[in-house]
Design a protein around this ligand. Structure first.
Ligand SMILES: *Cc1c(COP(=O)(O)O)cnc(C)c1O
Length: 421
């Protein structure tokens, strides 16, 4: 352990295999009810389709693209197949946050409307009205009496802000001042109140939380502790299975799947990992990618201190250009669950993200943001024998591309150029 802590302190890259990993099976700890979350997203599909006609069937889902030709620049495996799960292209907010963030706000809207007698849904029988009515002007007026607040480095704020504004909630996003300008501009253009803080992300979140707690009509989306966010992310496992089924790809002990997920506070990759285990059972292995300067989940898991330790405590600055991953302290809820569910963690230097970004664009035409590129680093280790069971010709690898499609064109070009150099 001390070896790894030394590497963490020196901001060196490493790959760590979790000795606490347990294969999924009977007695798996239940964190959230995935059936319930999936059913809720189905109930809301007519509403989503009404408000966002660009979302087919009202189901917010992303393509699964195969990367062919095994380019070395992407660490593509020599044996087996490589896929990119394009959450970068999830509709509405262009990042993985369109899973958890939107789910949490929809659930809030449902609860408020049902409690006020304005929407019929019977949890016992499952019977319900058509949720498209939630887009009626009277409903929007009703929702405008409630507030939503969130602290965010960027993408969570985008997803919460956009969906809350569409529903009619009065929404405030607390952001650190170094968050990308285009994200702040886009939110303001949709009527979202953006409050900026000169301090870091943790300060922004703390402020948002305090303000929300003082106001009973305000719902605070708690990135570090929210089971609703986690539930929204967890549905991804079943959606991925359907996509693999369509391709005739099965996952089991002899047809293994290795999944690489960029990690910030841990909710998104943790929820997806939970959903993947529940859906695929044995034969699926998940790994988290973090920047060398903000490896909060690796630190929490390796030290065993979970969320009782932050990167600042071992003298790391937490500064990274991977803005979705710039988090100093992991979610306690997620760190605890990942003690047995996660196969391993690895860290990557910021400078490597851009060459991955450019190589993926060249090979497939797909643009993803720098944070999302961190996941490619994991292939290097897993395909070169650093993990058992080793992948073989029956294996698939899934790089979870967590964001990118909303990045403005000029910034996309600048990232790409930087990667080409
Ligand atoms: C938020 C985010 C992540 C990580 O999600 P967490 O829940 O913070 O761990 C990864 N990539 C991108 C692009 C993100 O926006």
């Amino acid at each position: 352990m001390t070896d790894y802590i030394d590497k963490l302190k020196r901001c060196e890259e490493f790959f760590w295999v979790n000795p606490g990993f347990k294969a999924p099976g009977a007695g798996e700890e239940k964190v959230v009810d995935i059936d319930d979350a999936e059913a809720r997203l189905l109930r809301f599909a007519p509403f989503i389709e009404r408000m966002f006609p660009e979302v087919p069937g009202g189901i917010i889902e992303s393509p699964l693209a195969e990367v062919k030709g095994a380019p070395a620049a992407l660490n593509a495996p020599e044996k087996g197949r490589l896929f990119v799960k394009q959450d970068s292209h999830l509709p509405i907010s262009g990042s993985i946050k369109a899973r958890g963030g939107i789910y949490e706000v929809l659930k809030l809207a449902e609860t408020l409307a049902v409690d006020a007698g304005l929407l019929k849904w019977d949890p016992e029988t499952g019977e319900h009205e058509n949720y498209a009515k939630l887009g009626d002007p009277e409903m929007k007026k009703f929702f405008s009496g409630y507030k939503v607040a969130v602290g965010s480095t960027g993408n969570l704020g985008l997803s919460i802000g956009i969906i809350s504004a569409a529903i009619g909630f009065e929404v405030t996003v607390h952001m650190s001042a170094d968050a990308r300008q285009w994200k702040k501009d886009m939110l303001r253009s949709k009527g979202v109140t953006v409050v900026e803080y000169p301090d870091d992300y943790e300060a922004a979140v703390a402020q948002g939380r305090r303000e929300a707690e003082a106001d009973p009509t305000c719902h605070f989306v708690d990135d570090e502790n929210s089971l609703d966010l986690f539930a929204g992310y967890s549905v991804a496992g079943r959606r991925l299975k359907r996509q693999l089924d369509e391709l005739g790809i099965k996952v089991d002990k002899d047809h293994r799947m290795y999944v690489y997920l960029p990690c910030g506070v841990g909710g998104a990759p943790g929820g997806v990992t939970y959903g993947i285990r529940e859906t695929f059972g044995e034969g699926a292995y998940c790994f988290f990618a973090e920047p060398t300067h903000a490896p909060c989940m690796a630190l929490g898991l390796i030290s065993g201190k979970l969320n009782d330790i932050a990167v600042g405590d071992i003298g790391i600055d937490g500064k990274t250009e991977a803005d979705g991953l710039a988090v100093g302290r992991p979610s306690g809820l997620v760190a605890k669950a990942m003690q047995t569910m996660l196969s391993g963690c690895f860290t990557v230097e910021d400078e490597k993200l851009y060459p991955y970004l450019a190589a993926l664009k060249d090979q497939t035409g797909i643009f993803i943001e720098p944070s999302a590129c961190a996941a490619f680093e994991g292939l290097k280790y897993v395909c070169k024998g650093a993990f058992a069971p080793e992948p073989d010709e029956n294996s698939i690898h899934v790089v979870w591309a967590t964001g990118g499609n909303m990045v403005p064109e000029d910034e996309k070009t600048a990232y790409y150029e930087r990667g080409r150099k």
